[in-house]
Ligand binder design. Structure first.
Ligand SMILES: *[C@@H]1O[C@H](CO)[C@@H](O)[C@H](O)[C@H]1NC(C)=O
Ligand SMILES: *[C@@H]1O[C@H](CO)[C@@H](O)[C@H](O)[C@H]1NC(C)=O
Ligand SMILES: *[C@@H]1O[C@H](CO)[C@@H](O)[C@H](O)[C@H]1NC(C)=O
Length: 587
């Protein structure tokens, strides 16, 4: 299989030399265990104030490390947030953000994805001599032009080992799950069929009445096509599951469709085996959890254990998973030499519900959720960093920081260089984490919903105030709900949003819940703040430049010739044997 990889180990740069020198003074390059949860709300964790969900392992990371309380995702949905996390750049810079149409990749067999010329932290670390692994969810595309080119695949973006879902978990992945993606596709297919059938009938009528000389051949063709579409529609349940819910090891599909009953176990085993294999380090392991995305596949041992239904059970299973990873580090004597990080790609999905039971996360006091780019609830996520002996234990930092900061932080620690030929939006967290600096590198942060700037944040360092200016907000329904019930996620643009002139202003250091709207009458600084933030936005806009759109309809659509498949297309299907993986399970 052709492997599109960046040239392995480039010339060892100066940074590495410097590190060898530094090593003599007690500093050395850590390994990295980065854990990224999916759709987890900041209010779901004990260390962030949840008193009833038990997340003791994750809480332990906070006790033994640094906890960030204003850690912000660059986007409120998976595909753009992860693109920004991996590259240290806003997703619109790589074309991985969309607003009006698609906002995330929809198929493994679309042609959009993270472009080749974007540089992930994994690629830089690999050049620095790290073993780089990804276990879990990718959701950054697979191929460009042919089934096997794998131009967007993790192995083409600096990971030398991949095991997991090239796509994302969806409720369609459960054999009896309510369709999530399938529903939309089926509705489209059904409307097409109906239109075509109606058209054929009208033409037939016109022909019979002698109004239009339509050839019988065309009529027959149209009728056959309607019938074919109808057949497709009726067999399309299960379609999404087969094409999107798959597991791959490196370039090979190992399970199609995947069996949710053992995926947690397989992923954990793979992650622990990676740690064990690379214990002589240095390594970078990104564990991109399938937890806590619907359909919440949960082992029987965890069912009914929490006080919060299936969702709570599933969060507790995730915490167990994290505990097993930490345990893997400790067993290999790697606890002190590994920087461990835990976060979530964006806020919890309040609208995920099944009747009266809640299937999505809790964002604590913050308004908004998955999909809302401006409100805190969509973007404020957990941020925990542990590196015993180097980072202080139990410190809480309230400064604004971004998930994009992980990129320069990790690169710097590995002795690499961030790319200088492009805008990098992240700032190294090291001075802040080590307590050498009081403030983060972000005086301003820009909060996007797709390609639309919805809000901007100004940390006024002298006064400590954190101003948040909202230019556009989604219309919640019901109003005041903090969510858009009945429509998946809130929109970024169009009729579902309100543009504010003057913008809405909040002061987050005294009002983190964005509950007290400030006005020129109530806030003497109103105009000055709005004007200063406006200037910063204008400066920021100068850094934007057009790039090819990866989420355009034409790139997102399913293409049979790009579909990853085990067996011969279209007869794809294979099952992984839970017990015959070559690595030592150690579970
Ligand atoms: C803890 O998390 C659960 C599940 O998301 C949520 O229902 C509950 O409100 C949270 N409790 C607190 C105190 O935040
Ligand atoms: C790991 O770091 C902790 C905290 O500094 C220290 O107490 C402990 O002795 C270290 N363990 C090892 C094996 O170096
Ligand atoms: C990657 O290529 C696209 C298309 O040629 C270009 O617009 C973009 O600026 C490039 N990105 C980088 C980081 O060089």
């Amino acid at each position: 299989m052709p492997v599109l990889q960046s040239p392995a180990l480039g010339p060892l740069p100066l940074g590495l030399l410097l590190l060898f020198l530094l090593r003599g003074c007690g500093a050395s390059r850590p390994s990295f265990l980065l854990i990224l949860a999916d759709d987890l709300g900041i209010g779901d964790l004990g260390c962030y104030g949840n008193r009833t969900l038990r997340t003791l392992n994750i809480d332990r990371l906070a006790e033994e490390g640094v906890m960030l309380t204003q850690h912000l995702a660059a986007a409120p949905l998976c595909t753009p947030s992860r693109a920004a996390f991996l590259t240290g750049r806003h997703a619109f810079r790589s074309g991985m953000a969309g607003s009006g149409g698609y906002r995330a990749l929809q198929w493994n067999a679309g042609s959009g994805g993270l472009p080749q010329n974007e540089t992930t932290f994994a690629r830089i670390l690999r050049q620095q001599g790290y073993a780089t692994g990804l276990v879990g969810k990718w959701h950054q595309g697979v191929s460009c032009a042919t089934r096997h080119d794998h131009c967007h695949h993790p192995l083409s973006h600096g990971f030398d080992h991949f095991y997991g879902m090239p796509f994302t978990l969806l409720s369609d992945c459960h054999p009896n799950g309510p369709p999530e993606l399938a529903a939309a596709t089926r509705v489209q297919l059904q409307s097409c069929t109906r239109l075509l059938a109606l058209g054929t009938l009208s033409l037939l009528a016109a022909r019979l009445c002698g109004l239009l000389p339509v050839p019988w051949k065309s009529l027959l063709g149209a009728a056959c096509l309607s019938l074919l579409l109808h057949l497709c529609w009726s067999c399309s349940s299960g379609f999404v599951r087969r094409w999107n819910c798959i597991l791959m090891r490196n370039h090979e599909v190992t399970e199609q469709p995947m069996d949710l009953g053992h995926s947690t176990r397989l992923l954990l085993r793979e992650a622990r085996a990676f740690i064990q294999r690379h214990r002589h380090g240095p390594f970078l392991l990104l564990v991109s959890l399938l937890h806590v995305h619907v359909p919440l596949p949960t082992a029987p041992a965890f069912l009914g254990r929490s006080l919060h239904g299936l969702y709570g059970d599933h969060v507790e299973e995730m915490d167990w998973f994290v505990g097993k990873l930490l345990d893997g580090l400790e067993k290999n004597g790697l606890k002190n030499t590994t920087l461990t990080y835990f976060t979530s790609d964006h806020g919890g999905h309040l609208e995920a519900r099944d009747g009266s039971s809640q299937l999505g996360g809790w964002n604590g006091i913050y308004r908004g959720q998955t999909g809302t780019g401006g409100w805190e609830g969509g973007i404020r996520v957990p941020g925990l960093f542990r590196w015993p002996g180097v980072l202080p234990a139990g410190r809480v930092i309230r400064e604004p920081t971004s998930l994009m900061d992980v990129f320069p932080t990790v690169v710097e620690l590995a002795g690499g260089q961030v790319p200088r030929d492009r805008v990098i939006d992240g700032r190294s967290l090291l001075p802040l984490l080590r307590g050498e600096e009081e403030h983060s590198g972000h005086e301003f942060l820009f909060h996007y919903c797709g390609t639309e700037l919805h809000a901007a944040r100004w940390h006024h360092r002298d006064s400590g105030q954190v101003w948040k200016v909202h230019y556009t907000t989604p219309r919640f329904h019901p109003p005041g709900a903090g969510a858009c019930y009945g429509s998946g996620v809130c929109p970024c643009s169009g009729d579902g949003v309100t543009h504010h002139r003057p913008p809405l202003l909040f002061e987050l250091s005294s009002d983190p819940a964005e509950a007290r709207l400030l006005s020129p009458d109530s806030e003497p600084l109103f105009h000055a703040v709005v004007a200063r933030v406006g200037e910063a936005v204008a400066e920021h806009r100068k850094t934007l430049s057009p790039v090819p759109q990866q989420l355009s309809t034409s790139r997102v659509l399913w293409r049979p010739w790009l579909q990853p498949c085990c067996g011969t297309f279209p007869f794809c299907g294979c099952q992984e044997d839970s017990d015959s993986t070559p690595q030592k399970p150690g579970l």
